[in-house]
Design a protein around this ligand. Structure first.
Ligand code: TPP
Ligand code: MG
Length: 332
């Protein structure tokens, strides 16, 4: 057991339930046509929330796309995540002080950014660590190899956190790699690799904390493989029943990380039936408030298309922007 006070365990539980219910709501909103494609995280909260819990405020987080709970724990507002998955560019503009990069849809490319940030932090003499998330499928990308290699050679304070959920869309682990584990890939790059039960939030928190401490104090990178399972479809555009049987999924549902945490807390007298209902109701209200805030926001104006594309706009684009703004002003 890691060193967590009862109050911290209760907050962790609330955070995981919040992640689950928000994820569920995102799915429903997508089905109502109010959001775009969304990758569900249900069943993987133990892995990514547990890891993000070990971050300190000055550390950096570089996510992939299946870490909704980690982003929320880091302080990204729910309304902004709704904006992002609703296709609104403003949804990735979260506060810079969160030291959290935007969602990366391109598989694996962000791992290089994580190494770059870690290297920069080392150069600057800042004792902070970088935590980057990715799936097991991403470890077959060249970017993974380049990022791992550079981190090993330059000994930068980065923690590579793989949520091995057994699938990359329809491709199962055994068709993805001949390596028996993801963790052992660390060896080839001269770094420490560790495998952990990704549905045990305490175990994840402990290994992530150890790795982040090692990064901060010893400037050593680590690869963590959290074993978990994608109980849902790949995204809302997928139907996993077309390539896997219910019998395969069911045992993983039994290992649900939130249920496991709740059972532990009940055994320790930290949670009872009334507590479960209370948390669910409070979380429901938070999610409802976030959805209401999201829906009350006016859509971005057409002139917004010029933003977030170039660091410095070209003279021609500036001219086009002025023209469009003038035309819109005339119409309004
Ligand atoms: C560079 C790139 N190639 C392909 C895709 C299409 N794609 C999206 S998710 C995905 C599978 C990713 O699997 P994994 O890394 O295991 O993450 P998971 O979806 O299981 O969380 C693929 C191939 C993409 N987004 N980017
Ligand atoms: Mg995967």
């Amino acid at each position: 057991m890691p060193d967590l006070a009862p109050e911290e365990i209760r907050r962790l539980y609330e955070q995981m339930v919040l992640t689950r219910q928000f994820d569920e709501r995102m799915f429903k909103l997508q089905r109502q046509g109010r959001l775009g494609t969304y990758p569900r995280v249900a069943g993987q909260e133990g892995a990514h929330v547990g890891a993000a819990l070990a971050l300190l405020p000055d550390d950096w987080m570089v996510p992939a796309f299946r870490e909704t709970g980690a982003l929320m724990l880091r302080g990204v507002p729910m309304w902004q995540l709704l904006q992002f998955w609703g296709g609104d560019e403003r949804g990735s503009g979260w506060p810079r002080e969160l030291r959290t990069l935007p969602v990366s849809i391109p598989v694996g490319t962000h791992m290089l950014h994580a190494v770059g940030i870690a290297w920069a932090m080392k150069q600057a003499g800042e004792n902070v660590a970088v935590l980057t998330f990715f799936g097991e499928g991403a470890t077959s990308e060249g970017d993974f190899s380049e990022a791992m290699n550079m981190a090993g050679v330059f000994q930068v304070p980065v923690v590579f956190f793989c949520q091995n959920n057994q699938y990359a869309i329809s491709v199962p682990y055994t068709k993805q790699t001949a390596s028996p584990t993801v963790a052992q890939k660390a060896l080839a790059y001269g770094m420490f690799g560790v495998q952990v039960d990704g549905n045990d939030v305490f175990a994840v928190y402990r290994v992530a904390k150890e790795a982040l401490d090692r990064a901060r104090t010893g400037q050593e990178p680590t690869l963590i493989e959290a074993l978990t399972y994608r109980v849902m479809d790949h995204t809302t555009s997928d139907d996993a029943r077309r390539y896997r049987a219910d019998e395969e999924v069911e045992p993983w549902r039994q290992r649900d990380p939130i249920e496991r945490l709740a059972r532990y807390m009940q055994a320790k007298g930290l949670l009872d039936e009334a507590g479960v209902v209370k948390v669910r109701d409070e979380v429901d209200q938070k999610v409802a408030a976030a959805v209401a805030a999201f829906e009350a926001m006016p859509p971005p104006g057409p002139e917004e298309i010029f933003k977030h594309v170039f660091a410095e706009m070209t003279p021609q684009l500036l001219e086009q922007q002025a023209e469009l703004t003038a035309r819109l002003a005339r119409r309004r």
